[in-house]
Design a protein around this ligand. Structure first.
Ligand code: 5GP
Length: 188
């Protein structure tokens, strides 16, 4: 059996993290993605325990105080955290554990578990990122500008990650991510 490893995936909104992680789960049979807790409200279609565990602020802070999180951070006015127990359980079972989290949380993980592998997903360019964030034209200029500002802060941390993958061609980015996970799992 391959040993369990921890992979942390970050990158600005619009870089395509979600799609890459979904494809990784299809292609690596022993990959497992952690479900985070958050204080933000569910978006249409999001399911409790699948998308997130939706907690109120008090429940979240109680769990944080009891050391229930591997890491947690505030992002855009809400709290997000990785439940510790399920990550430990899946790593012990030999899974390739995937966290899709923002930069502050990723750096906390590296601090606590230096053996964790940090993967930063980059957009091909800032122009392309802005084009993706504008999407179908439903976002206001103000929203797009705020997301671009957040993206610049996130991009300023990319050298603190173990590898950077440019998501220009989805198929190639998936292949690189799958290869990285498999190589890491087989190294030990
Ligand atoms: P959203 O609200 O769009 O689902 O997520 C906002 C940001 O929070 C994304 O960058 C997402 O990767 C990040 N995030 C999701 N779960 C966690 C978590 O458990 N911890 C941290 N630090 N960030 C998270």
């Amino acid at each position: 059996m391959r040993t369990g490893n921890l992979f942390v995936i970050s990158g600005p909104s619009g870089a395509g993290k979600g799609t890459l992680v979904a494809r990784l789960l299809e292609e690596v049979p022993d990959a497992w993605v952690s479900v985070s807790a958050t204080t933000r409200l569910p978006r249409p279609g999001e399911k409790e325990g699948v998308s997130y565990f939706f907690l109120d602020k008090q429940e979240f802070l109680d769990l944080a105080r009891e050391d229930g999180f591997l890491e947690w951070a505030e992002y855009a006015g809400n709290c997000y955290g990785t439940p510790l127990a399920s990550v430990q359980r899946e790593m012990a079972a030999g899974k390739q554990v995937i966290l899709e989290i923002e930069v502050q949380g990723a750096l906390q993980v590296k601090e606590k578990m230096p053996e964790a592998r940090l993967v930063f997903i980059e957009p091909p360019s800032l122009e392309e990122l802005e084009r993706r964030l504008r999407g179908r034209g439903t976002e206001t200029d103000d929203v797009v500008r705020k997301r671009m500002d957040t993206a610049l802060v996130e991009l300023s941390h990319k050298m603190e990650y173990d590898i950077r993958l440019v998501n220009d061609n989805l198929g190639e980015a998936v292949a690189q991510l799958v290869a990285y996970v498999n190589e890491t799992a087989e190294q030990k």
